[in-house]
Design a protein around this ligand. Structure first.
Ligand code: SF4
Length: 255
């Protein structure tokens, strides 16, 4: 049984549900996207992260790596590819080359052959060799711990640098990928037109105690629950803290 339009599905929740039924036919999609619920709890988004934290206290990347170097390579390979696909490719690659020296010795042709199952493999093979060479030449074969130095490596942008700083060095950075971008906009955690706007928005609103893991909680939430085409609102742990006006109304049995 569906709830009547405008009623709140969450017992005790302070948020009114702005269901799809409240939108008029004349309302444009853009206008709906901008609308926020009339009332927002004072402590929002604290409970949003408390729920994610309770469900998964120690989240981590799903990419396989054994060192900061293999992490940089794995993250650089993950653009427009799934973690699963990258792990299949790096399983063979890292057995042959898990240091910058071994990677350079392996050579671009062999790297390309080993990673040919993932998207943009030609360019990525070139970058893996170039970044390995640069680590040898300028960083004593060590992965640097500053964003600026990381971003100077071929194939390493702000997102990859943020992942490495967070996962390898424990810094509370938030790397905005496609999942975090979508979840942050939908839930109204940190609306933004581009990844940098979303990242800076999240920096401002994520409570300090949740900053270290916010990146992974949001990625995993976007990957498995708040999916791009059909968000699984009925199974969403943060349903009552999500401010998306178009989230699916709950069925009575889900309340
Ligand atoms: S309620 Fe739906 S739209 Fe909101 S975060 Fe959960 S899955 Fe995403």
């Amino acid at each position: 049984m569906r709830l009547p339009p405008g009623s709140c599905a969450c017992a005790g929740a302070a948020l009114p549900l702005a269901s799809a039924a409240m939108t008029t036919k004349k309302t444009t999609k853009k206008a709906r996207a901008k609308r926020r619920p009339a009332r927002m709890p004072k402590d929002w988004p604290q409970p949003f992260f408390e729920v994610l934290s309770a469900a998964d206290p120690h989240p981590t990347t799903e990419l396989n790596y054994t060192s900061p170097y293999t992490l940089v390579v794995a993250v650089a390979l993950s653009a427009q590819a799934t973690d699963k696909g990258v792990n299949l490719a790096t399983e063979k690659l890292f057995k042959l080359a898990n240091t910058p020296e071994k990677m350079v010795a392996l050579g671009e042709d062999k790297v390309r052959e080993l990673i040919k199952t993932i998207g943009l493999f030609r360019n990525k093979a070139k970058n893996v060799i170039a970044l390995s060479q640069k680590l040898i030449n300028e960083f004593d074969s060590e992965v640097p711990q500053s964003r600026e130095a990381l971003e100077s490596l071929p194939g390493v942008g702000r997102k990859t640098a943020n992942v490495v700083l967070n996962v390898a060095f424990g810094e509370p950075t938030i790397a905005v990928d496609t999942h975090i971008f979508r979840v942050s906009n939908r839930t109204r955690l940190a609306p933004g037109k581009n990844p940098l706007q979303v990242e800076l928005g999240l920096e401002k609103i994520v409570p300090p105690e949740f900053k270290l893991h916010a990146h992974h909680w949001l990625i995993l939430h976007g990957r498995y629950v708040c999916k791009a085409r059909k968000p699984d609102c009925a199974k969403c742990a943060v349903y009552k803290y999500c401010l998306w006006p178009e989230k699916a109304p709950l069925e009575a049995e889900d309340i």
